[in-house]
Design a protein around this ligand. Sequence first.
Ligand SMILES: *Cc1c(COP(=O)(O)O)cnc(C)c1O
Length: 349
Amino acid sequence: MANFDLNRLVRPNVAKLKPYSSARDEYKSEGEEMIFLDANENPFPSDVNRYPDPQQRNLKTELSNIKGIASENILLGNGSDEVLDLLFRVFCEPGKDNIITLPPTYGMYSVLAGINDIENREVLLDNNFQPKVSEILGKVDENSKIIFLCSPNNPTGNSFSEETVEEILQNFSGLVVIDEAYIDFSEKESWVQKLNNFPNLVIPQTLSKAYGLAGIRLGILYASEEIITILNRIKPPYNVNQLTQQRALEELKDQGKINLHVANILQERAGLFKALGETEIIEKIYESDANFILVKVDDADKRYRQLIEKGIVIRNRSSQPLCENTLRLTVGTELENKRLIQAFKELIS
Ligand SMILES: *Cc1c(COP(=O)(O)O)cnc(C)c1O
C-alpha cells in the first residue's frame, strides 16, 4: 500500500478549525422530560418546530443495521452532491491541488472541481470503459488528492473490474472515491464491506436511485471513522432536514418494497435490452449494471429530437468522449418502456 497519511491530505485551514457547536448538539437523548429553551425555536409543537438532529442518529442506526457498517463510518448529506462537495472542501486546496477523473463519467465531479478551483486531470477510460491504471497513476503528483471512480459508471452502465479498482486503491496515497449510486442494481458486491482493508477508500451512495427518493435529497458517505470525523467538522450542522430524516427512516424500514422495485426494474431492463436489440437504428447496446442503458445509434442528435417529438425525453450523451452517437435511457415502468420501444421501432434509417 502506498503511504497513506490522512493528516497530510487535509487542508491546513480545516485541520485547525474548531467545529461550530449547535445548541442541539450538546443535549440530546436525555430526552422527553427536558425543557428546551436553548435554540430560540418556536415552542408550539408540530412535526418540525425543532431543529433536526445534526448527527441524524436514528437514521444512521437504521442504515448501520441494513448495511452492517458502524454509524461512525457514515456521513449523511443533502444528496450525494453535498457529500462530494464536502470532500473537496476538506481535502483540496483551491488553486493548488488536483483530482483525477475518468471520462466518460458523472459530470458532477468536474463541476465541483471547477467550483472549488481544483484542477481536474482527466484520463479517459479504455475502449471497454475500464480504467487505465498505469496512465492514471502516471498523472498523480504530490498535489493529487482524490481519484474519482464511478462503478457502476454513469453514463456507460458498466462496473469496473475488482482487480483494477484494487490496484488503484493500493498504489495511490490520496483518497479513492468509488461512487456507488447504482450499486443496488448490480450483482457485484459493494466496496463498503472492504472499508477496513483500505484507509483511503471513500464510498458515496444515495437514496435517489434504487430507493426511489430523489426528491428528499439524501446522500450517504461511507469511510473510515477518521475521515468521517474530519468531514463532520465542516458540514453545515443541519444539512439534513427533519422531513428528509423522517421519510428516509420510514422508507428504509420497508426493505421489502425497495427489493420489489429493484427486481422489477431489473426485469424491465432485461426486457428493454432484448427489445432494443431488435430495432433498426440501434447499432450497439452496452451491458448495464445500473437502472439505465447506453445505446449507440446512427445519428444521436436526430433520434433524440425525434423521440422528444414523440413525447419521450432521454439523455443524449454524444458530447462525452468515447460516447459518439450514444443515448442513455433510464429504465421506466412497464408501460413507459413499451412506449419507448414502440417509439424506437417507428424510427427508420
Ligand atoms: C444520480 C447520481 C448520484 C446521486 O446524486 P444525489 O445528489 O444523491 O441525487 C450520484 N452519483 C452518480 C454517479 C449519479 O449518477
